[in-house]
Structures are given as C-alpha cells and as structure tokens.
Unconditional design. Structure first.
Length: 251
C-alpha cells in the first residue's frame, strides 16, 4: 500500500502519516466535518477517508444544524468560528434536541473560558488550532471507541465477532473476507443489535452525502453477505417494507 500524504496547510504544521495497515479500506462510521476553511477541511476529510470513515463536509453553521437534525452520524467535528451560525450555537441546538453523538470542537480561540464554554454546552473534546493531524485522528478514534462500543473493543452476534481495533470480522473463529462495501453494511448492522435498518438508512451510512446513495445497491451487498454467512448461526433477516436485521439463531 502506498503512503497516503496527509498535510495541514495555511499555518498548520505539515504532517505526513502512514496509513493504518491493520484497517480495511472502508468502514461504516460516518463523520460530519464542519470547517469554513476549505483547504483545511479538504485535508482533514482526505485523512479521515484514508482511515476508512465516510465523511460529509460542510462549511457553515446553518447547513451543519440541518444535517445534524436529519442525518445519522457517529461523530461530528465542529469548528467554532463558522459563518451564519457559530459552532457553539450548532452544538447547543444539537444537545437541545437530545442528540448524544460525540462532538469534537476545533477553534482558533485558545482561551480557557472558550474551552470551558464549549465543554459546558456538551462538547466531548476540544482541540485548538494549529494542531497536528495525528492528534486529531487519535482524539477522534478515542471518542469513537467510547461511543460506538461503550469502551469495549469487540461486538458479537453469536459466532460473528467484530473487533473495533482491527476492524475485522471473524465467523466461527475464521477471518471473514469482505469487500469494502460488504464490510460497511455489516458494520452498520452489528453496531445496532435488535434494530431493523432500512435500505435508505444503510445507504446513507455507506455512501454519505457526497456520493449517490443507492438503496437498491444495498440489496446486492445483503445478498453477498448472506452467502458468506451461510451455514452459520448468524443470518440477515428481511422485514418486508421495513429493512434488515442481523440476528443469531439459537440451536
């Protein structure tokens, strides 16, 4: 695998990181990045995508508020100094709607009172600019570990095991070979035990806002996953008109 350059520009320290070789090329974790500096937003988004996250990039607070009210994200990275609606107000509205997804605030304001204000509004972490991209990634990964799996490193559905650290699936103690899209769909299903996921919900998690979400394509990935789960005690159940559910069949 070639080295993927990840550089922060415009006054931010340049940093080049090696891609994490233990991670697959694609995962189902969907992140919202809201940053009004286009070059910085693009650099961070490219780095997040290299890790394997689906990233939606927005540049103003009103758009961010609408997206957070209507879309499903694992985490938001939110700049404070946004046009139209600042990051503090976006965060306050998010928490006012009862949403608990983790939020990492970015700011050029290094004053303690600003950090305290953000944390009191419900921010989960705070990173002052300029920052090193490696630290941002580490903080995001730490928040995701705590929120997605409640601090646990593994999720299980019968003999199907998902390891968050390596982002690998194993079935009956054998590594399950999946394409990037199959991996993404299965991650969404195993992360929501007992919950029926519609094709539209799966598509939004797998494709994000910047790609054409194709609910019909989800049927193809579900079919392939069923083939790979055949003969095991794990199955994907179809609820007609509603969606899909991952379940363990008791012997």
């Amino acid at each position: 695998m070639k080295e993927i350059p990840r550089v922060i520009h415009s006054g931010f320290p340049a940093v080049t990181l090696q891609p994490d070789r233990c991670l697959p090329e694609y995962t189902a974790l969907r992140i919202l990045l809201v940053e009004d500096h286009p070059q910085l937003a693009e650099s961070v988004a490219q780095a997040f995508k290299a890790v394997g996250w689906t990233v939606d990039v927005l540049h103003d607070g009103v758009a961010a508020d609408l997206a957070l009210a209507s879309e499903d994200y694992a985490l938001a990275v939110l700049d404070v100094g946004l046009p139209r609606l600042d990051g503090f107000e976006v965060l306050a509205r998010l928490r006012g709607r009862g949403k608990t997804l983790p939020v990492l605030m970015l700011t050029a304001r290094g004053e303690v009172k600003d950090r305290v204000h953000g944390l009191n509004l419900g921010a989960d972490d705070y990173l002052a600019k300029p920052f090193e991209l490696s630290e941002l990634e580490a903080r995001v990964k730490a928040l995701l570990r705590r929120s997605v799996l409640g601090g646990e490193q593994q999720q299980r559905c019968g003999p199907l095991l998902y390891d968050l650290g390596t982002r690998r699936f194993s079935l009956d103690d054998e590594v399950l070979t999946l394409t990037s899209r199959e991996q993404a769909v299965l991650e969404v299903l195993i992360a929501r035990p007992g919950r029926v996921m519609s094709k539209e919900q799966l598509a939004s998690q797998v494709f994000g806002l910047d790609q054409e979400a194709s609910p019909d394509a989800i049927e193809i990935y579900i079919h392939r996953l069923r083939k790979k789960l055949e003969g095991s005690a794990v199955r994907i159940v179809t609820f007609r008109g509603l969606g899909y559910l991952l379940e363990h069949q008791d012997a």
